[in-house]
Structure formats: C-alpha cells, structure tokens
Ligand binder design. Structure first.
Ligand code: ARG
Length: 568
C-alpha cells in the first residue's frame, strides 16, 4: 500500500480505539505546523469526560508509527502532530516511480454509477447551464471510471413536449431538410417562437400538431424523429469539439420514457401517494411546504392529462435502478432545479423505488455570468453558442502561444491553441466551487501566471523538457535531502486522498487547487535544487521527482478532460 494518509489514519484509528474502547475517527488532516495532525481527541474528550491533551498523550503512547513517523507529539489543545520520516517518504515515492496509477488504488467497492449530464433540449442551442453540466459531468465520469466504477452516461435530452408542435409546423412551412433548419438552431427556434406568438393560425396548427404527436400519428412522429436526429448530430459535433466523452449511444431523451409514464401514475395511485390539486394529479412529498406552511405539490399529471417533467424523472429513476442497476445516481444539473430533484427523490423514497444502498445525488452548480454580472448571453441576447465561446478561446490561446514561442510552426500552434483554449474554458469552470456563479473571463482563464489550465500545461511541458534533456529513464530511487524536495514529495503522496474526496463530493476545485499547489511547490523546488547538474544519486532522485510531478499533473488534467502536451 502506497497511500501514506490511509496508513497513518489506520494506525491512529487503532490507537484511538485502544484508548477509547470504541471505534474512533482520528480526524487526520494535513497541517502547517507538522506534516499531519489528528484532531480526534477533541470530540472524544466530551464523551470520555477527560482532558483532550491527556487522551492525545495516551494515543501517542499507544500508536505504532515508528516506521512512518519520527516525531509524534501532543500539540495545541489536544492534537496529535505527526512528522513523517524521510526514509518512509523515500520508500513510498520510489514505489510510485513504477506505478502507472501513481498510488491511486482501484476502489474496493465498485459501483454502477448513472450520470445524467449535458442533457440539452433538442432544437435549442445549449445554454450555459448545459455547458457547465457537460464539462463537470465529463470530469465526474472520467474520475469515477479511473477509480474503477462502472459508468453509465445518460444524456437526458429534452426531446418531448409542447414546443415540438410549433417546431414541427415550422419545419413543414420551411419546406427544407431538418439538417438545413437545425444548422442555425437558435435562429430556427426563435423564428418558430415568433410566429407562434404573432400568428393565431400557426398557433392553432401547432396545438393540433402536439395532439397528433402525443397520439402517435405516424407522419408527425417521422417529422419529429428527423428533427431530434438532426439535433443529436449537432450536439455530437459540439461534444467532439469540446473533447467530452458523450457519444450517440449515451442519448436517452425524455421521450425514451413515454411508455412508462402511465405506470408511474398508476403505481403512485395504488400506493395512495396521489392527490388532486387544481385538477392535476400530485404527490405531496414529506418535508416540503410553501411559505404558509401548506404542503408543496409535485405535479405528476397535469390537468389536461399530459405528463410533466417530474413524471418523466420518476420513470427515469426507476429505469436506472431496475434496468440499469445503478447504485449511485448523479444528476449534473444547475442549482435552480434543486427543489425539483429533492421532491422527485423524496417521492421515489416514499414509493419505495429509491432505497438504501442506492443513493441519488443532485450535483448542482451555479451560473456562468457575463462581464456585466448577468447570465452569459450572446450579443443578440440569445443563449450563448458554445462553438463561438470555444472558437474565441482557441484563437486567444493561439495569440498567447505565439507570443511565448514565436518560432512555432503554424500547424503546431494551431494544434496547441486547441488544447490550451479548450483546456482553459474547462478549467475556468472546474476551479470554481461548483455551487458558486462565476464570471466568464478570457484573460483570466488564459493567464500564464495564475490558477489556470495554461499555467499547468506549461508547467507540465517544462518538466517534460527537463526530462528530455536528462536522457535517462527517471527511475529513482528517491532520496530526500532538501526541505524543498520534501514539500514536493508530500504533495505527490497526497493525490490518492484528494481523488477519493473529489469522487465523493464532485468538488473539482479541490483537484484543481491541488494541481496548482503541486505546480507551484515544484517551481520552488526547481529554483532551489539543481536537477540536471546534481551529483550522481541525487540527480536520479530529483529526476524521479520531476517525472512523478509531470505524470501527476498530466493525470490530474486528464481527469478534468484537459490535455497536457509534452512540448509547448
Ligand atoms: N433538459 C433539462 C433542462 O434543460 C435538463 C435535464 C436534466 N436531467 C433530468 N433528469 N431532469 O433543464
């Protein structure tokens, strides 16, 4: 086992349990004063009616840490502070040099994880919410897959509902192929919408078309299908450009669940969970009420007999659990839909469809704002086109790269600009605590001296160039001689713990923060410690540190969906 943190935690847990006579979380964390500290004695003190420092002293006495730590002592109000032995660091890092996974274990509890992400609406441009979902969801699925979970990607395309009546009618009026119409998605949608708002005859036709669509009229379904297919094709080109792993096979649009909706309503009714409210069939999941304290309804079937968004999500959840055998359901959708998912999940629990050990999680996120602090929109006031954002980022990245290395060939520059520009957009999104809004800012995301993708990509490429100059296989062994080396080493050993935490919380800013910290710590090391000109023995050790750092950066970026070129 390479994982320093879990070894320390296990040993301390044993010592704590011996002292307390019950199993205790040692509450281990990294510390500024020592390498690590365990705060477990503080919570325990209340339960045992003993002074925390006394408990901590007993733990120090009982702990078997001699091979890992050279100072274990009580500090502060009752912390156990640990300083890791240099030879233990040497040993652990030397083992990593031959480990392709950099010490990150495959999970001991593999799950089937269903991830709902991207999920745009057919016939409409992706808005910033879908863009964030696409980037974040892709990172979640890459990370969980790397840890050994089975990932089922579900692109819950909005491909059903009343807007399709008007869209199909507009398609018929235009008398062109669906591909042609969809080439300008937002233009198409806007034109249809405008006509719908102004022309009562068109409105009438659109309403009839919805009835035909829901009634299963063949010609209407055919038109609807060409339309949805064209949208899918359009989204797939966007995914390819963005470099996310969503494929045609991952689409499972709302319409997929149409045939299951009557059963959802029937079953809820049998369970006695349905009540009528204003003509609609609703559930009233426990724990939700409005300002007056009245229970809040979740509309499952509307008064006109149509099924709503919630009914579809209930059918979807059953499908994921019963047919796909999902044990962890992750919905990567903006925070405005938080209440919706809470109510859907509570309803599913009351119906017995969602039960331990299956867990359903809403991975919510905030908005992307424009420079004016309002929701990001294009100049025409319509939702921002993803392709335009990316093109702009790529072209600006090209300029940054040209300035840094004017000798670069045009072809190389173009290839790099793509990796840097797209990486910058993704990183800017992932480095913000996901529940917060953030301002979309090209300058900041492309800054070479900040917490950005280009900064990390250049740091990685610089290390690769050192390794090329060394002209040997960087195999170690690792031998720590300087404090600056030690700092890098401890950072490298922290990777498994960070990934474990992010896999649980989907708080990717912790991974970006870790990578940024590693890159800056490495810079500190490289400024103080010569590598290529170091004496034999030390040179091999430092080259191994370089190699491990480069590989950790590349792996971390890859898990974020960001490329790490070896030359820049
Ligand atoms: N299409 C929806 C929207 O644009 C998002 C779907 C999210 N997933 C779900 N299972 N409801 O708001």
């Amino acid at each position: 086992m390479h994982i320093l943190e879990s070894q320390l935690r296990d040993r301390l847990a044993t010592a704590f349990s011996a002292v307390a006579g019950e199993s205790v979380d040692p509450v281990l964390r990294r510390s500024k004063h020592a390498d690590f500290q365990a705060d477990g004695a503080l919570a325990l003190a209340r339960r045992l009616h003993r002074a925390p420092r006394e408990i901590a002293a007993d733990v120090v006495e009982a702990a078997d840490l001699a091979d890992l730590c050279d100072h274990v002592k009580v500090t502060g109000p009752g912390f156990v502070s640990l300083t890791v032995r240099d030879d233990a660091i040497d040993r652990l890092l030397t083992a990593l040099t031959t480990d392709a996974r950099l010490g990150v274990p495959l999970t001991s509890k593999p799950e089937t994880v269903v991830i709902d992400y991207s999920s745009p609406n057919a016939a409409k441009e992706m808005h910033v919410g879908h863009i964030r979902s696409t980037i974040l969801g892709d990172a979640v699925s890459r990370l969980l897959e790397f840890l050994g979970h089975k990932i089922i990607r579900q692109n819950h395309l909005g491909d059903w509902g009343t807007p399709f009546g008007m869209l199909i009618e507009h398609l018929i009026d235009l008398n062109e192929t669906a591909e042609q119409s969809v080439a300008d998605l937002s233009g198409f949608y806007r034109a249809a919408r405008n006509k719908f708002d102004r022309d009562p005859e068109f409105q009438q036709r659109s309403r009839q078309r919805v009835v035909l669509l829901q009634g299963g009229d063949e010609e209407t379904l055919r038109l609807w299908q060409t339309f949805v297919d064209a949208s899918k094709k359009y989204f797939l080109t966007e995914y390819e450009k963005l470099g996310v792993r969503l494929t045609a096979a991952d689409f499972a649009g709302e319409s997929t669940y149409n045939h299951l909706l009557p059963e959802v309503v029937e079953d809820l009714d049998k369970l006695g969970l349905l009540r009528e409210s204003d003509g609609a069939q609703c559930t009233f999941p426990a724990g939700f009420s409005n300002r007056d304290g009245d229970p809040l309804p979740l509309i499952v079937r509307k008064s006109d007999g149509g099924y709503g968004y919630a009914a579809t999500d209930l059918a979807t959840l059953r499908h994921w659990i019963e047919q796909l055998h999902g044990s962890r359901l992750m919905y990567v959708v903006g925070t405005p839909q938080r209440l919706h998912f809470q109510m859907v999940h509570q309803t599913a629990r009351e119906a017995g469809w969602l039960a331990e050990p299956v867990r359903a999680e809403h991975i919510g996120f905030g908005s992307i704002l424009g420079p004016d602090g309002k929701m990001l929109r294009s100049r025409e006031g319509t939702s921002t086109k993803l392709a335009d954002l990316l093109d702009e980022a790529i072209s600006r990245a090209g300029a940054v790269i040209a300035e840094k290395d004017p000798e670069l060939s045009a072809a190389d520059r173009r290839a790099l600009a793509n990796v840097v520009g797209i990486g910058a957009v993704k990183y800017a999104d992932l480095c913000i605590e996901r529940t917060n809004d953030y301002v979309f800012d090209y300058d900041r995301m492309l800054a070479l001296d900040g917490n950005s993708a280009p900064y990390l990509q250049f740091a990685h490429a610089r290390i690769c160039s050192i390794l090329r100059k060394a002209d040997t296989v960087p195999a170690g062994p690792v031998l720590i001689t300087e404090p600056a080396e030690r700092k890098v080493a401890l950072e490298l050993l922290a990777l498994p713990g960070i990934l474990e935490e992010v896999a649980e919380s989907a708080h990717f800013h912790k991974l970006t923060g870790y990578l940024f910290g590693l890159a800056t710590t490495f810079t500190g090391f490289y400024e103080k410690c010569p590598v290529l000109r170091a004496e034999p023995g030390i040179r091999e050790s430092r080259l191994a540190l370089c190699d491990l750092t480069a590989r950790t950066l590349a792996l971390g970026l890859d898990l974020l969906g960001i490329g790490a070129p070896e030359r820049m």
